[in-house]
Design a protein around this ligand. Sequence first.
Ligand code: ADP
Ligand code: MG
Length: 319
Amino acid sequence: MGEFELIDRFFNRPARAADLGIGDDCALLSLAPGMQMAVSCDMLVSGRHFFADAEPGALGHKALAVNLSDLAACGARPKAFTLALALPEADAAWLQPFATQMLALADAHGCELIGGDTTQGPLTICITVFGEVPRGQALLRSGAQPQDDIYASGTLGDARLALEARLGKLDLPAGLLSAAGLRMDQPTPRVALGQALRGIATAAVDVSDGLLGDLGHILQRSAVGATVYTSDARNLLALQSPLVPEALALHCVLAGGDDYELVFTAAPRHRADVESAARASRTPVTRIGRIDAQKGLRLLDIHGAPVPNTFASFDHFSS
Ligand code: ADP
Ligand code: MG
């Protein structure tokens, strides 16, 4: 199977929302009046972001999901994406589930594959997504204000628990491992919540490297500090089991990474609006802290006592 046959067989479908899709030198997209385009790019490298023998269907889902999560964090509506693929070989048995699950997630969000590039090489998946957002309404990292509440969506930490178990650092019974594994392999981008939070949230970020680290991006860009209530955060772990040591549970929630939940801030007078946005998008949200004028990040336990912050988040180039 050659390069062009591969593209035709697995990725080429009739253009829908795009003016011109796969097959020419460029794709063409129109933007409705009053809209801005939101663009984000994420790369997944074999052995870095996933195990080399990862199930191809899950990988197809995850590669697009992590990009949709960036659009969600900006409050943008997904529109289209491109797919750059380096493959060790043109293996139909691998490509079929990869493309099927990726395009199923794409269809669920009305996000059209409009082009890409395909080359032989070590397995690498690079996606660029294009979304649209009403001009001036994108959620940014820079808008958090002192006294704002801090919220997290969904559940946090379970993906990291699955990683610990898969690396043999933690023993989990098969049932629990498969539940946590789903969070690692098939994250749910919070696209509807992101859009529902426009005009309500003052800042937002999606959690890819760990809650505290990604919240840190909001603090830095907004020039504020924060207090996080660790007992509220701790409850965000979906997998509540006595088999998970308490220190590990907290670490996974605060610094686990790979969650693809949203962390966002909103003024206390918008608490009811945040609740409505959560209900309308069928996405649970939990209040886990507040923004402070005083810089830095403070952690408080259930008794209001300080918890030392030893929770470093993931950094590809840290030693
Ligand atoms: P070019 O030589 O102009 O870069 P290519 O020959 O690489 O174009 O690709 C031919 C067409 O197929 C282009 O429209 C390109 O966007 C599309 N394409 C290539 N690889 C992929 C892919 N993995 N997924 C979707 N579209 C792809
Ligand atoms: Mg090319």
